[in-house]
Design a protein. Structure first.
Length: 76
């Protein structure tokens, strides 16, 4: 069995530490990253709900406009 020299062992250890650091620095690895991720999800959900409400409001306005036009037509 061949052992690593001191320089090789230190180099390997530094490489593993660097690799661990790079892998551990994802978006969800810090409280700020997790908060930003959750805020992005909430923002997307709110946009989706607002778009649905906007569509429903436009549909309601269209129905009211149509009823008004029908009332005007019957009054003439």
């Amino acid at each position: 069995m061949k052992f690593l020299s001191f320089k090789q062992a230190v180099s390997a250890l530094l490489f593993l530490l660097l690799l661990n650091f790079l892998v551990g620095c994802g978006q969800n690895s810090s409280p700020e990253g997790r908060m930003n991720y959750k805020l992005d999800e909430l923002q997307d959900e709110m946009k989706s709900q607002m778009n649905q409400q906007h569509k429903a409001l436009l549909d309601s306005l269209s129905a009211i406009r149509q009823e008004l036009q029908e009332l005007k037509a019957t009054q003439k």
